[in-house]
Design a protein around this ligand. Structure first.
Ligand code: NAD
Ligand code: TYD
Length: 356
């Protein structure tokens, strides 16, 4: 799908004033860049708490766009969210605590932001009488999916980590607001996403930056758990298309579905593309409750015209090239709060069990 085809599918379906919560994070910032690079006059207010995962530098490429505005704040702040909602036509909610391993160590923040925060936003949208509310969710809400099944939107939600349970709870609130108050809610369920500007805690950016630093790549268990990796720009385009063309009250899976990739294969790709020493690969104790497989059937999104463009090999090349170039972006991050998390999760570096 060329850029022209994509925008012709979106057509005039996008609201003209958007509140993008979590827009300074990895996928949210890609979405904001996508929209403002296309139309710098679109009015996009980013609301972000700038937690460890938020980074204003992610929005540098569009900072000068006339329609761009940044507000630092918490989606749990009822007054702030209520007042911002009156200034826009819709809310797109990317804000979340988003890393499974952190949810195992400290679930509280997940319940607060992912569940209560989403509820605050829904309530604000309802009061403001918005014409659309898009909740960015995840394929992890389906839980572990046995071979050869693929999850479809009508399947039961069986989340198994505090993270995925918090995202499923948020979705249920969204659908309840649709059924009860008629709020036109849309939900996207994206698969594992990777690419530039991703905080180096999830497998791809963690392994790429570790390899570039000559540090261990800690592979959980037997390294055979499978994920469906989606390049971040494809995810952002999916959210934009569902926002423009989706049917209220529906969920939309966003996954490539063409190539299941094991953790071990991610590590091998990283080692090959960085030229790092294969001895850096270190099997470590498995993640508690580790989901073995996620797999999506995304035909509903494809019927809307969503076509992911970047395959795993190309996406990994681009990603490694970006992290090679942008040490200025990730080196300061890895020397700060990251160190505490790494010590707690992989203590005493790779090789030992995580502290629950
Ligand atoms: P991220 O962790 O990079 O970004 C989250 C953003 O939310 C950060 O900018 C953070 O500062 C902000 N935030 C956190 N708590 C907040 C609060 N209380 N108020 C305001 N802002 C707050 O996450 P991401 O990887 O970009 O994920 C974005 C969304 O997509 C999340 O909802 C996540 O569940 C979902 N998702 C992620 C993936 C993935 O592989 N990364 C896949 C599918 C779905
Ligand atoms: P991750 O990127 O955390 O995403 P998910 O939310 O799907 O768990 O992990 C992707 C896969 O990589 C998953 O099977 C766990 C594995 N993994 C490791 O082997 N080592 C690591 O250090 C991390 C973070 C993940």
């Amino acid at each position: 799908m060329s850029g022209t085809d994509f925008w012709s599918r979106v057509g005039d379906g996008l609201p003209s004033r958007l509140l993008v919560s979590g827009g300074a994070g990895f996928i949210g910032s890609a979405f904001v860049r996508l929209l403002l690079e296309r139309d710098p006059g679109l009015r996009v207010t980013v609301l972000d708490k700038l937690t460890y995962a938020g980074n204003l530098a992610n929005l540098d490429p569009v900072r000068a766009a006339p329609g761009y505005r940044f507000v630092r704040g918490d989606i749990c702040d009822r007054e702030l969210v209520g007042s911002l909602a009156t200034e826009v036509d819709c809310i797109v909610n990317f804000a979340a605590e988003s890393h499974v391993d952190r949810s195992i160590l400290d679930p509280d923040a997940f319940i607060r932001t992912d569940v209560e925060g989403t509820h605050r936003l829904l309530e604000a949208a309802r009061r403001a009488g918005h014409g659309r509310f898009l909740q960015v969710s995840t394929d992890e809400v389906y839980g572990d999916v046995p071979e050869p099944e693929r999850s479809r939107e009508g399947d039961p939600l069986r989340p198994r980590s505090p993270y995925s349970a918090s995202k499923a709870a948020a979705e249920l609130l969204c659908f309840a607001y649709h059924a009860t108050y008629g709020l036109p809610v849309l939900v996207t369920r994206g698969s594992n996403t990777y690419g530039p500007y991703q905080y180096p805690e999830k497998i791809v950016p963690l392994f790429v930056t570790q390899a570039l630093q000559g540090l261990p790549l800690p592979l959980y268990g037997d390294g055979r758990a499978v994920r469906d990796y989606l390049y971040v720009d494809d995810h952002a385009r999916g959210v934009a298309l569902v926002l423009a063309r989706g049917r209220a009250g529906e969920a939309y899976n966003l996954g490539r579905g063409d190539r299941p990739v094991e953790g071990r294969a991610v590590a091998e790709a990283v080692l090959r593309l960085t030229g790092a020493d294969p001895a850096l690969l270190q099997p470590v104790q498995d993640r508690p409750g580790h989901d073995r497989r996620y797999a999506l059937d995304s035909s509903r999104s494809r019927r809307l015209g969503w076509e992911p463009e970047v395959d795993f090999a190309t996406g990994m090349e681009r990603t490694v090239a970006w992290y090679r170039e942008r040490r200025d972006w990730w080196e300061p991050i890895k020397s700060g709060e990251f160190q505490d998390f790494y010590r707690r999760n992989y203590h005493p570096v790779a090789g030992a069990p995580a502290e629950p």
